[in-house]
Ligand binder design. Structure first.
Ligand code: NAD
Length: 293
């Protein structure tokens, strides 16, 4: 069993650390919010007095922070933790951040002889609690082999996307496509209903026809068409609109850096930002359906 440092015990990190503990790993944890540390200690973690203390002398260090600036500050900023990390420690950052930030941090780690993976996740808080997250990993195959047992304790599918930063690229490509599919599905459903069709009947026709897609299969945005999805629960739970806005922003950043054309992604980002500005940032992203009501 490994000794693990865990930094960032929020909605995702808290349950991920709990799953490592349940699998028998020793976890030393740190968060800026003492209550969150206390919650992890209550399920068996050891408290670290600082981020550097969580990072020192462990087999694997995992971070799960809000965004690129937090990750860059932790690993590259003034008083950063890199000098406290032993070269034998594998670092895994599971935050969703820009590919360029991920590469910058991995390069700085490599310069100190520390192997690092970017391993953003898909699956949300439900997946973090259930231990069924999908990890989309960038870094060397050797580093992934070292980290795999820990990732398996927190998730189901583990994909190796490529070198450093590739996990972040794959994650934002997937979420951009998801946003475009969800928006198109909501638009088509509204068009059908406004022309007299029943949303459930239309959903079934499109699901089995050439318009079939993931939202129609398992995440229908029209209230009442599907049981157990956020649309049938006043768009509560699920993947928050504000997190989709964040991921689409990262996709746009990556497109600007490389000159890639992403007209559908750009439109989806504008629509989702508008939705968040209308007070739906903390609702599920399928609430994009409301734009077409
Ligand atoms: P969160 O805001 O709930 O948790 C982040 C935690 O990091 C907070 O507890 C904060 O106090 C802590 N933190 C920030 N800076 C720190 C520092 N320097 N040292 C120690 N702790 C620090 O966010 P979350 O929902 O857990 O998401 C984490 C990451 O996972 C984000 O990048 C998010 O985009 C990604 N993600 C979230 C979801 C989701 O459904 N919540 C799904 C997939 C991916």
């Amino acid at each position: 069993m490994a000794s693990v440092g865990f930094i960032g015990l929020g909605n995702m990190g808290g349950p991920m650390a709990a799953n490592l503990l349940a699998a028998g790993h020793a976890v030393r944890c740190f968060d800026l919010v003492p209550d969150l540390v206390a919650q992890s200690v209550a399920v068996g973690a050891q408290e670290a007095p600082s981020a550097a203390a969580a990072a020192t002398g462990v087999d694997v260090l995992i971070s799960m922070l809000p965004a690129s600036p937090h990750v860059e500050a932790l690993y590259l900023g003034e008083d950063c933790i890199l000098p406290a990390i032993d070269p034998s420690t594998l670092v895994i950052d599971s935050s969703t951040i820009s590919p360029s930030s991920a590469r910058k941090v991995a390069e700085a780690a490599a310069a100190r002889g520390v192997a690092m993976l970017d391993a953003p996740v898909s699956g949300g808080v439900g997946g973090a609690v259930a231990g069924t997250l999908t990890f989309i990993v960038g870094g060397t195959a050797d580093a992934l082999a070292r980290g795999r047992p820990l990732l398996e304790a927190m998730g189901g599918n583990i994909f190796h996307a490529g070198d450093a930063g590739a996990g972040q690229v794959a994650k934002i490509c997937n979420n951009m496509l998801l946003a475009v599919q969800m928006t198109g599905t909501a638009e088509a459903l509204a068009l059908g209903v406004q022309n007299g069709l029943d949303p459930a009947t239309l959903s079934e026709i499109m699901r089995k026809s050439s318009g079939g897609n993931w939202p129609l299969e398992v995440y229908n945005p029209w209230p009442g068409v599907m049981d157990g999805v956020p649309a049938s629960n006043d768009y509560d739970g699920g993947f928050l609109t504000r997190l989709m806005v964040k991921d689409l922003g990262l996709a746009m950043e990556a497109a600007l850096e490389t000159g890639a054309a992403t007209p559908m992604g750009a439109l989806a980002r504008s629509l989702y930002a508008g939705l968040a500005n209308q007070g739906l940032g903390d609702k599920d992203f399928s609430s994009i359906q409301k734009l077409f009501d």
